[in-house]
Write a protein that binds this ligand. Structure first.
Ligand code: CO
Length: 196
């Protein structure tokens, strides 16, 4: 079996460089994680959570899926939110979408993509809920707008989860943010924020 040796070489170089700078780095981090942020983003390889917001390991708890969708029956995403809010006590949940999202593009296409169409259905629903806002736009404007509307819809879904509702009713400090990232210039834009 072929192993990815170059990955292990890079890993060794990375860990060695960090330990040279700070010998306690990994032992402190191994003891516990206490991130203030939960990031729900797209799986797109161009949108890595830690790097975009320049945070170190231990600083952001992350869940990613295609087109940063928060579905009320998705036990994976709900479990991450549950653990993030109730155990880690994150202060902020960030739903971050991005322009040019392949998931949103595919959702706008009128063709068969196979299994993933079941997942894209959620984004098509966002388009249907907001049909009047998409009317008369060019294809590019429609895509950008749907990327933004999708973030806002998923923020609403996060706010409506029983975990977040419970945290707010108990006075836990927790803000939910909707952001969008531009893969063309590396910049984030704030779309919406809800506080308890
Ligand atoms: Co995407």
């Amino acid at each position: 079996m072929k192993t990815l040796k170059h990955m292990f070489d890079r890993n060794l170089a990375w860990a060695t460089a960090i330990k040279e700078k700070d010998p306690e780095y990994f032992s402190v981090l191994a003891a516990q994680q206490s991130p203030e942020y939960l990031w729900i983003g797209c799986s797109d390889s161009r949108v890595p959570a830690n790097q975009i917001i320049d945070l170190q390991p231990g600083e952001v708890f992350v869940h990613r899926n295609i087109a940063n969708v928060v579905v009320h029956t998705d036990l994976n995403c709900l479990s991450v939110i549950h653990f993030g809010v109730e155990v880690l006590k994150v202060k902020h949940i960030i739903v971050c979408g991005h322009y040019g999202c392949g998931g949103v593009i595919a959702a706008m296409e009128d063709k068969d993509h196979g299994l993933i169409d079941n997942w894209l259905r959620h984004i098509r629903d966002v388009g249907r809920f907001n049909a009047s806002k998409l009317e008369g736009l060019t294809e590019q404007e429609k895509l950008n707008t749907l990327c933004e509307l999708n973030v806002k819809e998923q923020v609403t879904n996060v706010c409506n989860t029983p975990v977040v509702q419970k945290a707010w009713s108990e006075g836990q400090k927790l803000s939910i943010h909707g952001w969008i990232y531009d893969i063309n210039n590396g910049l984030l834009k704030d779309l919406v924020t809800y506080d308890s």
